[in-house]
Design a protein around this ligand. Structure first.
Ligand code: ME8
Ligand code: MG
Length: 519
């Protein structure tokens, strides 16, 4: 069975998750579920980045030990992801013992290669970025443009990694494998960064005097490993590095590192350079997605517009949140999220378009076919249309074009509703044209069957509801699980069976009532 190893960025634990974090985890979950549908052996990892200065500081402000602080926050993140049905296979935390070992092993390998040297350094450090920033990149107030905070001047002796030694290799890797970094805009940006002579060696440690909360540098008690070296290593810790070589061989290299655009440099330059130095294979793809804004504003604590994803899921259901977030904007671009738009979108597509097709089809099947799937074979035109839908959907998914994958699916739902309007099966039955009426209903059932499977990654609960009303005895999740042992992909994509007893049990998704706006 072909594997699919997918990772997300590991979130900093200094603050609770917001919809921007949820957006990325949902996207990764959609891909994980999609590749499970296709029969691949998926390993989906998400988790937390628990070291570094801002976490040390947040713990101090909360008046608790960093470890205890991280333990509490880890529960917050896990509950948020559970409330959104994020089906991760492993939740990694960088404070795990084995992760200390993995980070130290990476450091030692770079050292053994001769790629680490000690040097003193003076620079401006932004805690938000956990990175050094250049004076000329600051805004007019001298603040980091991303975090709106003043970077600290830092002067210390650190260990450095010889990034410059690998810049040409990284460039060649990207040019030879344009798919290794997507979307296109991020690819171009990174090639420009690689051509910038100022992109030089970077510090891979911090002195204990400035940061205590981190992984100790092997053989030097006065230094801790830089949080980005530590954090990036999570991707191999999760698959057993360095001790469990069997798991490592099975899953590494990762098929996809899904991350936000702001941390592309770390994933497409620093991480591959470290991997080459450590004699490890490079990831197949890094994808830097766009950012979610809330009602036109950047999400930030100070603006007070941080939407708690768990509260959102409780209010509107996990499927509504998942669906609204992934359809609100092309994944490679920034896009805006609002509750009004969520309500509009899920009412239009899920309650009206899809809900209507299911309801009218099953009502007619109940009335005219004793509730069972009629004995008809799909005509060539519809067979082709469904084949095209499945192929287009897969292409969009392979390019992480979630909004487009949803769009082509809902166009099919829409055109099937129109087809029913045109054919008027209720009239056909009335006129005694039983076979013609059955052909229309069978077509609609087949559309519903395929559309439900395709939508399952996005809206798993609604999809299971439709699936059961279509009369399937095993749930989609159960069928995927059974596939695991037989290694077959196709059960879910078989046509719906004649004689299968459908069960109309009411709407799978209720319209959300629009809030009355008080002015
Ligand atoms: O960067 N919209 O953690 P983080 C979309 N620990 N995505 C967003 C977003 C928004 N408004 N805000 C943040 C870190 N993200 C590091 C990662 S990986 C080895 C270490 C995304 O908590 C962001 O781009 O600041 C990143 O991919 C993820 O959320 C975690 O951000
Ligand atoms: Mg960030």
């Amino acid at each position: 069975m072909e594997k699919y190893y997918i990772t997300t960025a590991i979130d900093y634990v200094n603050a609770k998750p917001h919809v921007g974090h949820a957006y990325e985890k949902i996207a990764a979950d959609v891909l994980a579920r999609f590749y499970r549908l296709l029969g691949r052996k998926v390993f989906f990892v998400t988790g937390l980045d628990e070291h570094g200065s801002k976490i040390e500081k947040a713990a101090k402000q909360a008046g608790i030990e960093p470890q205890k602080f991280c333990d509490q926050m880890a529960e917050e993140f896990k509950s948020a992801w559970h409330s959104l049905d994020i089906s991760y296979d492993y939740f990694i935390r960088t404070t795990e013992k084995r992760h200390y070992k993995a980070s130290q092993e990476v450091f030692s390998r770079l050292q053994a290669k001769g790629d680490i040297y000690k040097s003193s350094y003076t620079g401006l450090y932004c805690e938000g970025c956990e990175d050094f920033v250049r004076e000329r990149d600051l805004d007019e107030n001298g603040n980091c443009p991303a975090h709106k905070t003043k970077p600290k001047e830092v002067s210390e002796e650190n260990y450095f990694f010889k990034l410059t030694k690998y810049k040409a290799d990284i460039k060649k890797w990207l040019l030879d494998n344009p798919n290794a970094l997507r979307p296109e805009s991020r690819f171009k940006q990174v090639l420009n960064q690689l051509d910038d002579p100022e992109l030089g060696d970077f510090s891979v440690t911090r002195s204990r005097a400035s940061l205590n909360w981190g992984v100790p540098v092997p053989g030097d008690d006065n230094q801790v490993i830089y949080v980005w070296l530590d954090a990036l290593t999570n991707y191999i810790t999760a698959v057993g590095f360095p001790d469990d070589t069997k798991t490592m061989d099975q899953y590494w290299p990762a098929d996809l590192h899904l991350i936000g655009k702001d941390i592309t440099k770390f994933h497409a330059i620093y991480w591959p350079a470290m991997l080459i130095s450590a004699d490890l294979a490079l990831p197949k793809q890094v994808y830097g997605h766009g950012f979610i804004t809330v009602e036109g504003q950047k999400i930030s604590k100070s603006l007070g517009n941080v939407i708690d994803p768990m509260a959102l899921a409780a209010e509107y259901s996990p499927d509504a949140v998942r669906f609204a977030l992934l359809s609100c904007t092309p994944f490679d671009q920034d896009g805006d999220f609002s509750k009004e738009e969520l309500i509009r979108k899920v009412n239009a597509d899920l309650a009206n378009n899809l809900g209507n097709l299911l309801n009218r089809t099953l009502t007619l099947v109940q009335k005219n076919c004793n509730g069972t799937v009629p004995n008809v074979s799909l005509d060539k035109d519809w067979t082709d249309q469904l084949g095209t839908l499945r192929a287009n959907f897969a292409t969009h998914m392979s390019r992480l074009e979630f909004a487009k994958a949803l769009e082509v699916t809902f166009l099919m739902v829409d055109s099937t509703n129109k087809y029913i309007n045109d054919k008027k099966p209720w009239a056909l039955f009335k006129e005694g044209k039983q076979a013609d009426g059955e052909a229309v209903l069978y077509t609609s059932l087949e559309v519903l069957r395929l559309v439900t499977v395709l939508l399952y990654p996005f809206i798993p609960n609604i999809a299971e509801g439709i699936w059961s009303q279509l009369g399937f005895e095993k749930t989609i999740a159960e069928i995927i699980k059974a596939q695991d042992s037989i290694g077959s992909h196709d059960t879910l994509f078989d046509t719906i069976k004649t004689g299968q007893l459908t069960k109309l049990t009411g709407p799978v998704f209720k319209r959300i009532e629009e809030p009355v706006l008080s002015s």
